[in-house]
Design a protein around this ligand. Structure first.
Ligand code: C2E
Ligand code: CA
Ligand code: CA
Length: 761
């Protein structure tokens, strides 16, 4: 028996040591206190082991000292552990000092026992055929027991109070440790009072240590977790339903019971009610999510249902749970957001992007339906805004939106419409539904009145018929309709224009020549022709450089075919720069060869957008070392008149740099003769063609004479172009004109031809 207990003690010492080491490694806040407490159980067990194994009085006595002092150490550690585990503080600082002092006094008085013999002495006895020393307790020992019992009792009270005070689900962690301590305590008391020589209660004590180690560091109270999860589930914003393996509802949170309107324990009814509202919950897949709209008396509500399984093992499920979330608020907010991003705030019509998107989604080239796209724009909308104010402008746009809505409400088939930008709108519809008269009657002109303001709105429409089978995107459809629209320009008689093949081939032509231009310049296909300018004697004094395109497939192209295209897209600047350079090259060569002719170059209004024209041309004459007077600058009258101030500045800059400036096409625009006074040009070029158009010839002659007289008075020289007959030449000479250009003298010709022509003139 002594041997068996000794073996148990030894094993306990090993276990306690291992527990101490493990506790030290744990990262929990409590681990330090646990490690200390567990290790404090080792000395008493070790003391008892010595007592048990020895037949020597001295060793036995030492064993008893280790045992008793060890008990004090346990108490000391227990106080620290309890404070941390139960999260309590000394009610008063002095109480702590008092308790620790008593413990210290007890230890000291035990240590003084060898001197005074007041605590205990040992007594030899025979046990299992060997000598054994048991103790005879004295007053000191009684004091020791009282101290330890008191502390132990106090710790138990702290635990009991903690249990009473905490929420039930938390009490568990205290109850377990309290239970272990009480068992250990009773066992120890039994040993003391039964006076059995071997302290088997040590086994119980060590067990307390091990239990505390386990419960404080490793034990996860499942019930606590259960409760926590359940209370979390109750707090969730979703309605939750838990189903067992057989699909029977076993629990639902409060939101869930409310949703299906059942009493707390009628969970089994939940599934039936849920399926009635949301449809079957049985799916092929185990986990799923779905959106369900439910019509209620308060309107449609939007729910998100999510079924999840609770895995039990790799192949089995313990059950499943369904969450039902009322997503109505978020759903409506999202719908609003989508609506706002796809609808124009002012008119409530589709935005351009959404309008195009919808067309692209609807239009199928391989369907049998022919479609139609109508583009329309308010005439002079800027003026409406400027004159009547933006608020009135907004009213006009809203009125248009309303008109479109009324118009399309008559159509049987679906029709898509939107506000493209500003005052531009579009409609996409099956061609069969389109009636031109209806459109024109409703949309082309109507009166808008807002407050005291009222205005007749005029709308021009461009339409593009899309025969089925045409591969085309919404943006291109709209471009074509816009092209048709642009062809109306300011015509007040025509309200709608249709895109046709001619427009299409024009666009293709524009695209084709635009893509060829830079290559054509590089390959010298773009070249100047010179048309002689002669004086009263019919002698060439100079020439106008006119562009020609020697196209490898088309042959010689006159500028009428491409200049307007490039003026529209700005590429004219490329041509002009090339032409100016060619003119300068020729002038530089003439200078060397002693030829004294000038060359007039054309400047397009667009050139001013793309470069500093004066700087560009000045650089060129510098580069070629020619005199600026030899390069005459032709700027059309319309350019000068549209931005008079700027033009005057440019003309002056040219003149300051030594150039001669001509006003081209005088009389073709709306120039007033008055403006001429302000334009400091050196020469005006009068176009005979323009004068001929006048009804009565004598009237034209009068006008011409007046212009010539006036320019003479202003000190401006005049040049008449388009001179086709000898009579015209004679008449103009008599009227005092000094310079002439026209087919009567020569047509534009290559540079070498001009040189020959000029030398003979
Ligand atoms: P423009 O500057 O008024 O040029 C005069 C046009 O009248 C030339 O046509 C010329 O061939 C033509 N013309 C000359 N004499 C007569 C005549 O007696 N009767 C008739 N009916 N026509 C005559 P072209 O060369 O076809 O040029 C047409 C227009 O193209 C030019 O009108 C000018 O505006 C533009 N253009 C020509 N070359 C260039 C250039 O290098 N740059 C720019 N920006 N425009 C150019
Ligand atoms: Ca010209
Ligand atoms: Ca001209």
């Amino acid at each position: 028996m002594r041997i068996r207990v000794a073996i148990i003690f030894s094993i306990l010492i090993i276990i306690l040591t291992v527990c101490t080491l493990l506790a030290k490694r744990s990262r929990k806040a409590i681990s330090g206190a646990v490690a200390f407490l567990v290790s404090s159980f080792i000395p008493p067990v070790f003391g008892n082991l010595i007592i048990l194994c020895t037949g020597n009085e001295l060793f036995a006595t030492v064993g008893y000292y280790i045992y008793f002092l060890g008990m004090d150490l346990i108490m000391f550690a227990l106080i620290g552990f309890t404070a941390k585990y139960c999260n309590v503080k000394w009610p008063h600082k002095l109480l702590g000092i008092f308790v620790y002092s008593i413990l210290a006094i007890d230890a000291v008085q035990l240590l003084l026992n060898p001197i005074f013999g007041h605590a205990f002495e040992t007594e030899q006895m025979q046990m299992e055929f060997a000598v054994y020393y048991r103790i005879i307790a004295k007053a000191g020992q009684a004091f020791h027991r009282i101290v330890d019992y008191s502390i132990f009792g106090a710790v138990i009270i702290v635990f009991i109070v903690k249990i009473i005070k905490s929420v039930r689900i938390y009490a568990e962690r205290y109850v377990i440790i309290l239970f272990a301590m009480i068992c250990g305590g009773i066992w120890e008391s039994f040993y003391i009072f039964s006076k059995t020589p071997i302290d088997r209660a040590m086994i119980g004590f060590a067990a307390i240590g091990i239990l505390i180690f386990y419960f404080a560091l490793y034990y996860r109270p499942l019930r606590l977790l259960d409760r926590m999860l359940a209370s979390m589930a109750s707090e969730m914003p979703e309605a939750l339903f838990f189903f067992d393996m057989n699909g029977i509802c076993i629990w639902a949170n409060e939101k869930g019971t409310k949703l299906v309107e059942i009493e707390d324990n009628d969970y089994a009814l939940a599934k039936g009610i849920l399926e009635k509202t949301f449809g079957s919950l049985e799916r092929e897949e185990e986990e799923w999510t779905t959106n369900v709209d439910v019509d209620t008396i308060f309107g449609t509500r939007h729910y998100i249902l999510e079924m999840n399984t609770v895995p039990y093992s790799e192949t089995k499920n313990a059950g499943s749970f369904l969450s039902v979330r009322d997503n109505t608020v978020e759903y409506l907010a999202l719908q609003r957001q989508i609506y706002n991003s796809t609808h124009d705030a002012l008119t409530d019509l589709f935005t351009r992007e959404h309008f195009f998107d919808c067309i692209d989604k609807t239009y199928r080239p391989n369907s049998d339906t022919d479609y139609m796209v109508i583009y329309f724009n308010v005439n002079n909308f800027k003026m409406i805004n400027d004159v009547f104010g933006n608020t009135f402008g907004d009213c006009v746009l809203k009125a248009i939106a309303d008109k479109i809505r009324t118009l399309v409400s008559d159509f049987e088939a679906d029709c898509i419409y939107g506000r493209i930008v500003g005052d531009t709108f579009g409609i996409f519809m099956p061609e069969a539904e389109f009636e031109e008269k209806k459109f024109v009657d409703t949309l082309a002109h109507f009166r808008v009145t807002a407050g005291s303001r009222s205005h007749n709105v005029l709308i021009h429409m461009g339409a593009y018929r899309i025969p089925h089978g045409t591969e085309v995107e919404a943006a291109t459809m709209m471009d074509r309709a816009r092209m048709a629209f642009s062809s109306i320009k300011d015509n007040y008689q025509v309200f709608i224009s249709y895109y046709d093949e001619e427009m299409r081939s024009k666009v293709l032509w524009d695209q084709s020549i635009s893509s060829q231009l830079s290559n054509a310049i590089k390959k010298k296909q773009i070249l100047p022709y010179l048309q002689p300018i002669v004086n009263n004697d019919g002698k060439a004094v100079g020439a106008e450089a006119l562009v020609r395109w020697n196209h490898p497939e088309i042959g010689f192209m006159s500028p009428g075919l491409f200049v307007p295209v490039f003026e529209k897209n700005g590429m004219i600047a490329e041509i002009d720069k090339h032409m100016w350079r060619c003119a300068c090259e020729t002038l530089a060569r003439w200078k060397k060869e002693g030829k004294d002719y000038f060359i007039s170059i054309n400047i397009s209004p667009k050139d001013f957008y793309f470069m500093d024209v004066v700087q560009e041309i000045t650089n060129l004459v510098d580069e070629f070392g020619i005199e600026p007077v030899k390069l005459r600058i032709e700027i059309t009258e319309t350019v000068m008149m549209t931005n008079a101030e700027n033009s005057i500045a440019i003309i002056k800059k040219f003149q300051d740099a030594g150039f001669v400036v001509e006003m081209d096409d005088f009389g073709s625009g709306y120039s007033s003769l008055n403006m001429l006074k302000e334009m400091p040009v050196d020469i005006i070029k009068i176009d005979m063609g323009f004068l001929e158009k006048s009804e009565a010839e004598d009237r034209s002659v009068k006008i011409l004479r007046n212009i010539l007289n006036m320019t003479y008075d202003l000190g401006i020289e005049s040049l008449t172009e388009g001179v086709e007959t000898a009579e015209q030449y004679k008449m103009l000479s008599e009227m005092g004109c000094h310079l002439f250009q026209g087919y009567h003298f020569a047509k534009p010709m290559p540079v070498e031809d001009f040189e020959k022509w000029a030398s003979k003139s």
